[in-house]
Write a protein that binds this ligand. Structure first.
Ligand SMILES: [Zn+2]
Length: 277
């Protein structure tokens, strides 16, 4: 299972309050949506740390608090929730900022929100919208994204606001699966893919792949798992050096983990999984 940080944008008072418009306040909505995203991810079995700061003297103090939290937790994925604003009240739609490590996730979230709310899809933005995008500032190896859900300055965008639906769109995009009524229909190249990180787990992984008649790959080699397989099954331990100098291992695309406390127990778990034990 993955570890997520969900950063509720802005403070309720002090130096980092959010935007306002059409009777709504950004710092209130980021908490409404953020809390539901936390619940949604936990419901799917993930470990989630909400990052919430209600008061800061300055913007810098607020951002530093968030960034230091994210770095200390070192999540699989960092998520920040914001609502956009512009002086042009015609500006409309959803956009998701992020680094290339989570580009597909950003695109899925933006697509989901655009479809569910019938809002303009401004799509993936690769850039530094906030210090909370730690990866882009070289502060952390954790992939980071920031959702600008809609424009608080646009009355039509605001009239469609629904916190639960926003949370469902975001959780569905993060996990690449159907959440409540948000349909995440993806076309996959294959049904199953098995991966492992350590040579000692390779044999157990290969038994599983043999049974499922699917490929078995070394997850320590960089690979784009997006839309590759409906089930991505990780066998054995993760890469112990994941995160060091660009080392990779199991990813957020993993749908099932099979592991025991050593290679023999892992092999047993594989046999149990395929119903041979
Ligand atoms: Zn904001």
């Amino acid at each position: 299972m993955s570890v997520f940080t969900v950063d509720f944008g802005h403070t309720l008072s002090g130096g980092d309050t959010g935007a306002g418009g059409n009777g709504l306040r950004e710092e209130k909505l980021t908490r409404e949506i953020g809390n539901l995203v936390v619940q949604g991810l936990r419901k799917e079995g993930h470990t989630v740390y909400p990052i919430q700061l209600d008061y800061a003297n300055t913007l810098v103090e607020s951002l530093n608090y968030r960034v230091n939290k994210i770095i200390s937790i070192n999540p699989t994925q960092s998520i920040s929730i914001h609502i956009n604003a512009a002086t042009n009240i015609e500006a409309t739609g959803v956009e998701v900022w992020g680094d290339n490590l989570c580009k597909d996730m950003c695109i899925r979230i933006s697509d989901n929100i655009s479809k569910e709310f019938n809002l303009a899809n401004r799509g993936f933005k690769n850039g530094c919208e906030s210090l909370a995008l730690v990866g882009l500032y070289g502060l952390s190896n954790a992939p980071a994204l920031l959702v600008e859900c809609f424009f608080i300055s646009n009355s039509n965008d605001c009239s469609k606001y629904n916190a639960q639906k926003y949370a469902d769109c975001i959780v569905s995009g993060i996990l690449n699966k159907k959440i409540n009524n948000v349909v995440e229909e993806r076309k996959y190249d294959m049904k199953n893919l098995v991966c492992y990180c350590n040579a000692i787990d390779k044999r157990a992984a290969e038994y599983l792949a043999d049974h499922l008649q699917c490929p078995c790959i070394d997850a320590t080699l960089p690979f784009n798992y997006s839309n590759v397989a409906e089930n991505i099954i990780a066998v054995g331990g993760d890469n112990p050096r994941k995160g060091e100098n660009g080392q990779v291992g199991f990813t957020g695309y993993t749908t099932k983990y099979i592991a025991g406390k050593d290679r023999y127990e892992t092999a047993k778990e594989v046999l149990k999984f395929i119903g041979k034990l």
